[in-house]
Design a binder for this molecule. Structure first.
Ligand SMILES: [Zn+2]
Ligand SMILES: [Zn+2]
Length: 255
């Protein structure tokens, strides 16, 4: 399994984009602004998008991607997988003919270019040998993490979340975990904002990460632009045994 980081920041700037990971060449986990770094040919290979939650920094590129690839997708739709409530939010607030056309009925219902497919936390979907498991987390809107396994190797991404027990216990049910991306959006000085916005800060993450029985390589994502160094310093101070890395745009992994 290959993982390419198209975006992993809490914001945008030159060379900095919001959350999106390309798995092999056909699955996206979230569709933040990083999707725009792909060539048209690379975009045409995308068949599935798994969404963690409805916030704009994680869904912003779905609408533009579908529009860009329209002719290519007629009768051969991209499938967006998400929780039922997230699908409903996308239908009501994005694909509503006001913000963007409803691509689930374009050019017509039977040959539509976009398919929205609800999935429940705790369930798994098999995409040609990649097992994608949806896991409940704790964010300000309904949010999930994903664990993806392929040929015995596994990767998990926390999505946006604050302190929770569900992610760690779900990951512990499996025999192994090779790679973990987990968020720490804020520095410790912003712990109150982190609580209100349902994100982690290093101090909160330090209470949760030791619940994990596996010892994967751990990368921190969703760092607030301009505070990356401080957040990483605090993470490594709070979790000295873990050797945590900062996830960066353009990072590539092979499992
Ligand atoms: Zn969010
Ligand atoms: Zn976010």
């Amino acid at each position: 399994m290959k993982i390419r980081v198209l975006g992993c920041s809490g914001g945008i700037a030159k060379g900095v984009a919001t959350t999106s990971f390309l798995i092999d060449d056909d699955i996206l986990i979230d569709a933040g602004t990083g999707v725009g770094d792909l060539s048209i040919r690379e975009m045409q290979r995308i068949r599935h998008i798994f969404i963690t939650h409805s916030h704009l920094d994680h869904i912003g590129s779905i609408a533009l991607l579908i529009d860009t690839l329209f002719e290519h997708l007629v009768g051969w739709p991209i499938t967006v997988h998400a929780e039922r409530s997230t699908i409903k939010t996308l239908q009501e607030h994005i694909f509503n003919w006001k913000i963007w056309p409803d691509f689930t009925v374009l050019p017509n219902k039977s040959r539509a270019v976009l398919k929205l497919k609800a999935m429940a936390a705790g369930s798994t979907r098999d995409i040609e040998g990649r097992r994608v498991e949806m896991i409940r987390v704790n964010h300000s809107v309904p949010g999930v993490a994903y664990r993806i396994e392929s040929q015995g190797r596994s990767f998990a991404f926390s999505g946006d979340t604050t302190t929770n027990g569900s992610l760690w216990s779900a990951l512990n049910k499996h025999d192994s975990l090779d790679l973990l991306f987990v968020e720490s959006a804020f520095a410790n000085k912003d712990i109150e904002i982190a609580r209100l916005a349902y994100h982690y800060c290093p101090q909160m993450l330090a209470e949760d990460l030791p619940k994990l029985k596996h010892r994967p390589k751990v990368y921190i994502s969703h760092l607030k632009p301009g505070e990356e160094k401080l957040i990483m310093k605090e993470c490594n101070k709070a979790l000295p045994d873990w050797g945590l890395y900062q996830l960066k745009n353009g990072d590539r992994f092979k499992l």
